[in-house]
Design a protein around this ligand. Structure first.
Ligand SMILES: [Zn+2]
Length: 287
């Protein structure tokens, strides 16, 4: 059988030797003033808790200027997070641009950016107890913005069953309960997630997406500062620690906690808030 790989040109080696350029250098991004957030964190008091049962999801609301944590409370568990502008669901978390601006995995000081035509920070990560993990020998990191969310459609595509406690389904039901609409009427609002606590990477040889057991343990949390009024939804993934399977009832699963905090607002006096409406431009505007 003939190879489908065409012969390499004579200058293949020199073409491959071109030097990589960082597409979006971090220095060109407006940087959050972490000293302001550190000071605000010292004053914050907890307002409320939400518990997300295993293989289920819950919606929650956070006001601009509040902090929220996603907490491991009983065992290693991955969470799938969606965020919307609380006043306009058409503005939502933009996983792809967040990945391009920061990295495949996010941590303290990184921001969760919203979709165009807004493209503004929805939340800044103010603390991450798993920040010590870094990149492991497999090239994996924590809190990925690579994966999409487990869903019944892909499961069916790959020959599985219509298991309906996937993150996509759970998030649809949580949003439907919050908005008092049918799940089918809100499903299109569910979007690519931040995979909280998930440990993932790409294989070195084939560059395929892989997952491995999350290192998260009870007491660990990732904390966010809300830059706009947010509606969120969090699913406790049926994959549990995502060491082996998802989209089924096989894995051991645990609840996740959501904790919402109010800081002393006077500590936020020096904070640069995102533009109320994002970046305005006219279509066809010359650069
Ligand atoms: Zn999932």
């Amino acid at each position: 059988m003939p190879s489908r790989i065409p012969p390499a040109p004579a200058d293949a080696a020199s073409r491959r030797a071109a030097k990589p350029t960082i597409v979006y250098p971090a220095a060109t991004l407006p940087q959050p003033d972490m000293a302001v957030l550190d000071a605000a964190r010292q004053t914050m008091v907890k307002l409320r808790d939400v518990v997300v049962p295993p293989r289920d999801a819950r919606a929650f609301r956070v006001s601009r200027g509040q902090f929220f944590r996603i907490v491991s409370i009983e065992g290693p568990q991955v969470g799938d997070l969606n965020l919307w502008n609380a006043d306009d669901l058409s503005e939502r978390f933009f996983s792809g641009k967040t990945r391009a601006l920061h990295a495949t995995h996010v941590g303290t000081g990184d921001r969760l950016w919203s979709t165009m035509p807004y493209l503004r920070p929805m939340a800044t990560i103010s603390h991450d107890t798993l920040g010590w993990y870094g990149w492991d020998a497999d090239g994996a990191g924590i809190h990925d913005v690579i994966g999409t969310r487990c869903d019944p459609y892909t499961n069916l595509l790959l020959g599985g069953n219509a298991y309906d406690f996937c993150c996509h389904s759970n998030l649809s039901r949580a949003l439907s309960a919050e908005l008092k609409l049918e799940p089918g009427a809100v499903e299109h609002h569910i979007h690519d997630v931040l995979n909280v606590f998930m440990c993932t990477g790409f294989t070195a040889d084939t560059h395929q997406y892989f997952m491995k057991a999350s290192p998260v343990r009870p007491g660990d949390f990732i904390e966010f500062f809300a830059e706009i009024d947010l509606l969120g939804a969090l699913s406790a993934c049926p994959g549990g620690d995502c060491s082996a399977t998802h989209s089924s009832a096989v894995a051991a699963c645990y609840p996740l906690g959501i904790e919402i905090f109010e800081p002393d607002r006077t500590t936020l006096g020096g904070w640069s808030w995102p533009s109320p409406s994002g970046y305005h431009r006219r279509h066809g505007e010359p650069g």
